[in-house]
Ligand binder design. Structure first.
Ligand SMILES: NC(=O)c1ccc[n+]([C@@H]2O[C@H](COP(=O)([O-])OP(=O)(O)OC[C@H]3O[C@@H](n4cnc5c(N)ncnc54)[C@H](O)[C@@H]3O)[C@@H](O)[C@H]2O)c1
Ligand SMILES: O=c1ccn([C@@H]2O[C@H](COP(=O)(O)OP(=O)(O)O[C@H]3O[C@H](CO)[C@@H](O)[C@H](O)[C@H]3O)[C@@H](O)[C@H]2O)c(=O)[nH]1
Length: 338
């Protein structure tokens, strides 16, 4: 690396669902990207091959690999997506979540600090709020997460806040609501193994590739008894990362932002929308509640609008489901080769 080496953004977990859509948008904006992903859940094929994108396979807790990356590239900011993300699994296996979502990122923070890189965008979540005291949820809503996954994200937020006070870190916490949909051109999309997310599961059920959808509880305090979520298109989320990078560079400030549409849909309403889009019946059955699920999570996202200039463009659930359906029925049938 010399003085002429261009600056790059390090994207951890960049081969995952939201990470790959974000890489695509940041690449199109002309940024140089370095992706670090251990490919446990991500896909190399989800990333375009480009001169402006360097890929390293490895873990966020691998200190020597991180040092190599910081020596080889002039990293001006880190976008930290890498994490385990399954709410239900985290209740049964908290150790797995605290190790991967807190301990490993501590190594990342240590290496950032030692190389003087203080800018971080962190993929946080509405799951840090827990059950709502009021709706929609704004950023000042108390954070009482009800799953180890949500707690792992909340604790890392607190750690980064302390690094900000003590070591001058600048951060943007992007608290995503429920990421969904696929690239509008159908080229990339969601491919998790196992798949546990509602919309892709429903689409697989509609295709006959999965059994009846198990609805986790219909005895919640919601209009139809099933949980409410705010489904936000993955390309809208991706765009927010570009704006957050500009915010860190220009404002040199730190903040937390909700990213959602402001409209909640129940599980039953999502099923009906999937039936509308696919023109197929989607069988379902009611099973007990899944531990760790909050009743309703709906965003108040006006702070992201006033501070970042961000607003969801894909506001209708129909168009979100339609984009995911296009990916499911595209040439790759909703699956990457690797
Ligand atoms: N999907 C959602 O609805 C949602 C909502 C709120 C927040 N988030 C957060 O957004 C981020 C991305 O979520 P996603 O849905 O794209 O998940 P994903 O599983 O598709 O992507 C995560 C990526 O990180 C990689 N990874 C995991 N642990 C790693 C480690 N220790 N070192 C290196 N790579 C590692 C995985 O291989 C994967 O490619 C996560 O932090 C998640 O908690 C997601
Ligand atoms: O087979 C299923 C799957 C889901 N659900 C329900 O559908 C809703 C959405 O569930 P899911 O798609 O699994 O997403 P979440 O559990 O809400 O978690 C996602 O959204 C969170 C933000 O809400 C993120 O933090 C997580 O990383 C991400 O996995 C919830 O009410 C679930 O109880 C079912 O009833 N049956």
């Amino acid at each position: 690396m010399n003085n002429k080496t261009p600056t790059s953004i390090l994207i951890t977990g960049g081969a995952g669902y939201i990470g790959s859509h974000t890489c695509r948008i940041l690449s199109k904006k002309g940024l140089n990207l370095v992706v670090l992903d251990n490919l446990e859940y991500g896909h190399r094929d989800a990333l375009e091959v480009s001169e402006n994108l360097h890929f390293y396979q490895g873990s966020v807790g691998n200190e020597s690999l991180l040092k190599k990356i910081f020596i080889n590239h002039k990293i001006e900011a880190v976008v930290h997506f890498a994490a385990y993300t399954y709410v239900g699994e985290s209740v049964a296996q908290p150790e797995k979540y605290y190790e991967n979502n807190i301990l490993q990122p501590m190594t990342l923070l240590r290496v950032m600090k030692s190389f003087g890189c203080v800018n971080i965008i962190f993929s946080s979540t509405c799951a840090t709020y827990g059950n709502p005291h009021y709706l929609p949820l704004d950023e000042n809503h108390p954070q009482h997460p009800v799953s180890p996954y949500g707690k792992s994200k909340y604790f890392l937020e607190q750690i980064i806040r302390d690094y900000s006070k003590a070591y001058g870190f600048r951060y943007v916490f992007l608290r995503y609501f429920n990421a969904s949909g696929a690239a509008m051109d159908g080229s990339i999309g969601e491919d998790h193994d196992p798949e546990t997310h509602l919309i892709p599961l429903l689409l697989k059920t509609a295709k006959g590739e999965s059994g009846p959808l198990k609805i986790f509880g219909n005895d919640y305090e919601t209009p139809d008894g099933t949980c409410l979520r705010d489904y936000i298109h993955v390309e809208d989320l991706a765009e927010a990362h570009f704006l957050a990078l500009s915010y860190l560079q220009q404002r040199k400030a730190s903040n937390a932002f909700n990213l959602g549409t402001g409209k909640g849909y129940s599980v039953m309403e999502v099923i009906h929308e999937v039936e509308n889009v696919t023109n197929r019946k989607v069988p379902f059955e009611i099973v007990p509640r899944r531990e760790g699920d909050a009743t309703s999570l709906v965003a108040q996202a006006s702070l992201a609008k006033s501070q970042l200039g961000w607003e969801a463009k894909h506001k209708s659930l129909y168009s979100i489901v339609e984009s995911a359906w296009k990916w499911e029925n595209g040439p790759s049938n909703g699956k990457y080769n690797n």
